[in-house]
Design a protein around this ligand. Structure first.
Ligand SMILES: [Zn+2]
Length: 178
């Protein structure tokens, strides 16, 4: 199995990056139970039981449709924004605030299902929407992965230099030398 790549710097963005391409995904970490468990483990949000993966995949696209235009200063679809808020609201009603490393955070009673992960993603999305930094949001021009640019010079362009960045470099190299 290919390694899980977490380049988003926010859970909600990494969640949208569970497919390697849009609109047709060649790989999808939410396609099967085994892959979903592996991905969730890698993010530090392990799953004990699964649940409805189709709904999680559908919610993922709503999150993508909200943040993708924001990476370019575009308009956000209101329906998807409402959906994130609704899922967040549902998570808040089912959750509780537990103390965690000097602060509090939303937690849910076990078992940890994909539904809990979806609530966490919704909470991460609301946090990013309300607190930003949305001016640091970027989209890889090669694979459409979303990320927060936390680099000092704010010049991050690619999901990662080792994959898309280097692919582009070699493409330009060969284009310039043919
Ligand atoms: Zn990329």
């Amino acid at each position: 199995m290919v390694p899980v790549e977490l380049v988003g710097n926010a859970l909600c963005l990494d969640f949208t990056n569970t497919v390697n391409a849009r609109p047709v995904a060649g790989r999808d970490w939410l396609a099967t139970t085994k892959e979903a468990v592996t991905w969730a483990d890698a993010t530090g949000h392990p799953l004990e039981e699964l649940g409805d993966l189709a709904e999680a995949r559908d919610f993922r696209e709503a999150v993508f449709r909200v943040f993708q235009p924001l990476a370019h200063g575009g308009q956000v679809p209101q329906g998807d924004l409402d959906r994130i808020l609704a899922v967040y609201g549902e998570g808040v009603t089912r959750g509780q605030l537990d103390s965690h490393e000097g602060n509090f955070r939303l937690e849910w009673s076990p078992p940890r299902t994909i539904q809990v992960l979806v609530w966490e993603v919704a909470a991460s999305a609301v946090e990013l929407l309300t607190h930003g930094p949305l001016d640091r949001l970027g989209e890889c021009p090669s694979c459409c992965w979303l990320f927060l640019d936390v680099s000092k010079n704010r010049r991050r362009r690619w999901c990662s230099m080792t994959t898309c960045g280097s692919r582009d470099k070699s493409r330009r190299y060969y284009a310039g030398h043919s």
